[in-house]
Design a protein around this ligand. Structure first.
Ligand code: NDP
Length: 451
């Protein structure tokens, strides 16, 4: 891609690539930021003088540790554990834990880097961090998951705390895992504090936290549509994933009058041309959260739906798309297919699900495109609200948290519009999110000196 400052961008990226070899995902995430932030910095020399971007790509601290545990057969297992404390300029490190076999340093560094910008956009005082393990919870018994979580937390507990670093969930880490980790932290430290978010409601959790990422992504997309005088009524929506984010994105789309026609997991996608009913969505929630089954079972239970093994849902005609599974799950040819089929709005529920070429295609076609760091920020924002409630030792009502979430998403949308609108009136939400997220963190770093 040729941008006005491509020489500076190339030089900067060459250095990042040399310093972080074999970290393709991290380099991809930095490249996206560099392309939009370096031209901005060129007009704001204080950021160059203080070498802010050079400092921001270097995590403040990386923790890597061994996680030994025993399976139900009594055999010793070992996994890798990580926590990346990326940037604490505007608050304690905050970000999820991912348990998935694909987890490595590059994946967690990309997630941690994006988290810094995302958390800044939420308007709440949270720095950025991310962590996890290459542990695969799939197919493990509850007792195995518990023993793994206890071992993982036995090391992590030394490094986190309600004013230091507050992890949450992500892929493979839901209410069950947060519960086991919270229990072990409490036992080790002998204190009941808001050290994790995504907790159960009767032990410090916040209403709306499970729903927040999916609901927030839909609130953001609704703002984008409204800016064009449109809404979700009657629109066909393609969603990927069937986990936490996907389920609640589907629920909110349906509540707003849209027809959710696809959901997926790593084995393929289901197509329900009539749009998922409330009952069907509850069926999927039970399948995924309780029975822990595969999405293909949906098409066996409901003959109106079809299952497409090994495929992603982007070939289906729709007006809106929410990629809510994982990184790089929507490529250039899939983006062009969506555009050709009439898709006008894409809001990322997952982190970095669209490849750089896909984003370029959406923007060239003037599709309303929201990057995850803006559109999925509702999850961490509500985690921030959970932290506030824990500090105050109070519980806000469902309506109160939902209203705050809606207002935060509107605020993030406004920040993107403010920094991302071009001369023709088209909003480059990638540019807007990157620059708005950058400015707050960068100014705080300048104020705090060379640390
Ligand atoms: P879950 O573990 O609840 O669900 C993940 C979903 O994505 C599952 O349907 C899973 O299918 C699918 N998936 C995971 N990995 C792959 C893969 N490699 N290929 C195809 N499908 C895959 O995770 P979440 O819903 O919490 O997270 C989804 C995305 O949203 C992630 O990118 C996460 O970082 C992001 N996110 C999550 C937030 C949250 O609050 N939870 C906040 C902000 C962003 P299967 O079951 O077959 O593995």
């Amino acid at each position: 891609m040729t941008t006005p400052h491509h020489e500076q961008i190339s030089a900067f990226m060459a250095e990042v690539a040399a310093q972080n070899p074999n970290e393709a995902e991290f380099i991809q995430a930095v490249q996206e930021v560099a392309e939009t932030v370096i031209p901005f910095i060129a007009n704001h020399p204080k950021y160059t003088e203080h070498r802010i971007l050079e400092r921001m790509v270097e995590p403040e601290r990386i923790l890597m540790f061994r996680v030994p545990w025993t399976n139900d057969a009594g055999e010793v297992q070992v996994n890798k554990g990580y926590r990346i404390e990326f940037n604490s300029a505007i608050g304690p490190y905050k970000g999820g834990l991912r348990f998935h076999p694909t987890v490595n340093l590059s994946v967690l560094k990309f997630l941690g880097f994006e988290q810094v910008f995302k958390n800044s956009l939420t308007t709440l005082p949270m720095g950025g961090g991310k962590g996890g393990s290459n542990f695969n919870p799939k197919g493990k018994s509850d007792n195995e998951v518990m023993r793994f979580c206890q071992s993982f937390m036995t090391e992590l507990a030394r490094h986190i705390g309600p004013n230091t670093d507050v992890p949450a969930g992500d892929i493979g880490v839901g209410g069950r895992e947060i519960g086991y980790m919270f229990g072990q932290y409490k036992r080790l430290r002998n204190e009941f504090t808001g050290v994790l978010t995504g907790k159960g409601l009767n032990w410090g959790g916040s209403l709306i936290r499970p729903e927040a990422t999916g609901y927030g992504a839909v609130y953001f997309a609704a703002e984008m549509l409204e800016s064009q005088g449109q809404n979700f009524e009657g629109k066909r929506v393609a969603i990927s994933g069937s986990g936490n984010v996907a389920q609640y994105a589907a629920e909110k789309c349906t509540q707003m009058g849209a027809k959710v026609i696809t959901m997926s997991d790593s084995s393929g996608y289901i197509h329900e041309p009539n749009g998922l009913s409330e009952d069907q969505l509850s069926w999927i929630q039970d399948l995924k959260n309780v029975r822990r089954g595969r999405i293909s079972e949906f098409a066996e239970a409901y003959p109106s739906a079809t299952f497409h093994a090994g495929e992603r849902p982007w070939g289906v005609a729709c007006e809106a798309a929410f990629p809510c599974a994982t990184q790089n799950e929507l490529n250039e040819s899939e983006a062009k297919g969506l555009i050709a089929n009439g898709c006008i709005v894409v809001a990322e529920g997952a982190n970095m699900p669209s490849t750089p070429e896909a984003i370029e295609a959406f923007q060239a076609a003037k599709v309303l495109f929201a990057p995850g760091k803006a559109s999925n920020a509702g999850g961490v924002a509500t985690s921030g609200l959970e932290m506030s409630q824990n500090s105050l030792r109070m519980n806000w009502s469902r309506q109160e948290v939902d209203e705050r979430l809606l207002n935060i998403m509107k605020d993030i949308h406004a920040q993107c519009v403010s920094y991302g609108t071009d001369d023709s009136g088209y909003v480059d939400y990638v540019k807007g999110a990157n620059i708005a997220g950058f400015v707050k963190v960068a100014d705080a770093m300048i104020d705090q000196g060379v640390v």
